[in-house]
Design a binder for this molecule. Sequence first.
Ligand code: NDP
Length: 518
Amino acid sequence: MQMMKPPPAQTRKTALSPLGTKARPIRNGVVPLRERRLSFGQKWDYAPALETVPVQIAPRYELFIGGRFVAPTSGKYFDSINPATEETLTEIALAGERDVDRAVKAARRAYDHVWSKMPGRERGKYLYRVARLIQEKSRELAVLETMDGGKPIRESRDIDLPLVAAHFFYHAGWADKLDYAFPGRRPRPLGVAAQIIPWNFPLLMAAWKIGPALACGNTVVLKPAETTSITALHLAQIFQQAELPNGVVNIVTGAGETGTALVNHPGVDKVAFTGSTEVGKQIAKAVAGTGKKLTLELGGKAANIIFDDAPLDQAIEGIIQGIYFNQGHVCCAGSRLLVQESILPAVVRKLRDRIRTLRVGNPLDKNTDVGAINSRAQLDKIRLLVECGTREGARLEQANCALPSRGYWFPPSFFTGVAMSSRVAQEEIFGPVLSVMTFRTPEEAFERANNTPYGLSAGVWTDKGSKIFKLANKLRAGVVWANTYNKFDPASPFGGYKESGFGREGGLHGLPAYVTLE
Ligand code: NDP
């Protein structure tokens, strides 16, 4: 931290006051809790702390099929862009139908001849090896993830990568204990799993998908998102180093057409998809009647519910973490804030103060809180929905931070005066934009929270355990966090209701998606 020039004595006195720079009422010498304000002004700042770990990005990445990196039959490649600078990082192979066919056949051979025949304890050893190699390379992978996707290095280093390793460790543990997971039944693998993942947590979603599939004895063809394929291909290098048998995991890169070819391939036994509800519906239609097993983890519009008895400053941190983590590119983001009416003014004031302290900018700077928006297309979508919110009468509040001149950026924002029926209250914005609404009673809170086509997650903030249990039972959401938000663990299942999809990932509950029970 770099200290700036000390302010004059008079100002310094005010700065040390919990009231901030502007005088506010003091009763009996004590500032009421809800009146206290954060105000750092220009008095101190952080020195830049750029991540310096060197990474190697190849000028070109090929497909990973049958344990080798191979050129696409089409001969086509597409650019991968750093969203913080708009610079081209590398070019990535574009897999067509023939490449997908090669990958599925390689996965089938590996399934028939090696992986399905291997005892669980041996499969587990490979998964442990992969997990340890991820830990060894985690800093480098975190930098790549940040450069390719725009998320702050603090998050990729301290959240994504530790969770990626944890998912492989966790599922390594299950590989030889499946009989205990399904007492009295004989779990059998399904065959070849087609797995399609989005761009918001590229490596983590790969780990969520590949870990349980391999632990249960299936082989995999993975399609990463077009804008974030680099780390999946570095993961492929780790599979090679771990000497994972050829064809157990195959990676085909490309856009939606590659995903469609994979979903429609007749050699696939299971489809696991994470992404938008729109594409999820198309996939559900495509696999209907084919006998392919399906899990869908789709969008969300989670309610983060703050009662008037909540510890307010912790709740504010939970709101910030809930919506601005990973630029709001989070399916379970707490994007609808439901505040008990009596505390609305205090919550809005504290939120306004807090978003001004968020540091938006270079994702490779360890001080950065909010990084770059993942792509131009996503930035356009956020802008469109924000314009729509303003047109529909909601009031927009934004941090007036300076944004870099190049790259894709959107300042931390929130809407007040939002009608339940408006688009910003109903649709997934998938950006750093919060919609603030109110409620009066617990009944109204859960009715409003459930008034959404989605059902992925929710948060409840109160100091009453009874209220938490009551709400958690009535909220139609796959995950409910109490007095915290956005906490993940491989042992804890994740998944949704309604248009948020079906099936669970993680924990014991995530295993049935990858087995048949005899
Ligand atoms: P998509 O659902 O389109 O992408 C998810 C994955 O599916 C990507 O790998 C994508 O490939 C692939 N895909 C796209 N079309 C098809 C298809 N027809 N068949 C099979 N696979 C397909 O999400 P987008 O990236 O387009 O984002 C659009 C919106 O979706 C976002 O604005 C956000 O609201 C939401 N979203 C939600 C996520 C969540 O976890 N809930 C995650 C990501 C997005 P490719 O990207 O290469 O085209």
